[in-house]
Design a protein around this ligand. Structure first.
Ligand code: AP5
Ligand code: MG
Ligand code: ZN
Length: 217
């Protein structure tokens, strides 16, 4: 099963990708996480990437296409994968189609997380992550069961993303409208687009996506 989660910043792509990963053993491929890891590792282009991401702009198609092309060749992707945050432009979508066509395969399913744009800022500015295991939390919507302690690993340190502020979110939203929203039409025409209500509680969204995966076989 090869699946794309499509939606604006804060739609729940990462949250749902993790749910699917743990339930179905499909690997989550988040270009955002990969780019943040490249920045953290101090790679030569790291500071350039950081500047672009901190502004909320998109990194160049060339860079992310190369990252994904290498990543899907890894053995853990053989069973299938969940794309979270890629593709994000028509150029990325057609590069992905070509990559898969060259391997004699294609995407099975594209799930659009339909959300209320007015509610995304509160989702994004309230988000934080365990500094040790990367588990995601939210000040209001997903608190650890013991305050200040990660449910998964017991760690007590958390981080917030540099681009998770109200100002940068506006630029990220603009980038979504301009470059990524046309992909809804692109995949609709290809016939593999399905939509779920991304404003439902996290567990309900997960159930709806799971049913779509089941139906897509
Ligand atoms: P990326 O990391 O992909 O960020 P994004 O698209 O802005 O999306 P987010 O991670 O903010 O949102 P999400 O949908 O994953 O939401 P989440 O599940 O965390 O990209 C960052 C940057 O990297 C880009 O700006 C760009 O510069 C660069 N980049 C990455 N990929 C690129 C590409 N392909 N091309 C070019 N540049 C690229 O949920 C948000 C919060 O809400 C969480 O706290 C969660 O707990 C909560 N929540 C989730 N679902 C629900 C729910 N149903 N109800 C209540 N709360 C919920
Ligand atoms: Mg994410
Ligand atoms: Zn943790």
């Amino acid at each position: 099963m090869k699946l794309i989660l499509l939606g604006p910043p804060g739609a729940g792509k990462g949250t749902q990708a993790k749910e699917i990963e743990s339930k179905r053993g499909l690997v989550q491929l988040s270009t955002g996480d990969m780019l943040r890891a490249a920045v953290k590792s101090g790679s030569p282009i790291g500071s350039e990437l950081k500047a672009v991401m901190d502004r909320g702009e998109l990194v160049s198609d060339e860079i992310v296409i190369k990252i994904i092309a290498n990543r899907i060749e890894q053995p853990d992707c053989a069973k299938g994968f969940i794309l979270d945050g890629f593709p994000r432009s028509l150029a990325q979508a057609s590069a992905l189609d070509k990559m898969l066509a060259d391997k004699g395969t294609k995407m099975d399913l594209v799930v659009e997380l339909k959300v209320d744009y007015n509610r995304l800022v509160e989702r994004i500015v309230g988000r934080y992550t365990c500094a040790n295991c990367g588990e995601g939390y939210h000040d209001r919507f997903k608190r650890p069961s013991v305050r200040g302690v990660c449910d998964v690993c017991g760690n007590q340190e958390f981080t917030r993303r540099a681009d998770d502020n109200a100002e940068t979110v506006t630029t990220r939203m603009m980038a979504y409208y301009r470059d990524t929203a046309p992909l809804v039409g692109y995949y609709y025409c290809k016939g593999n687009l399905r939509a779920v209500d991304g404003m439902a509680p996290i567990a309900d969204v997960a159930k709806a996506i799971d049913a779509l995966i089941e139906a897509a076989g």
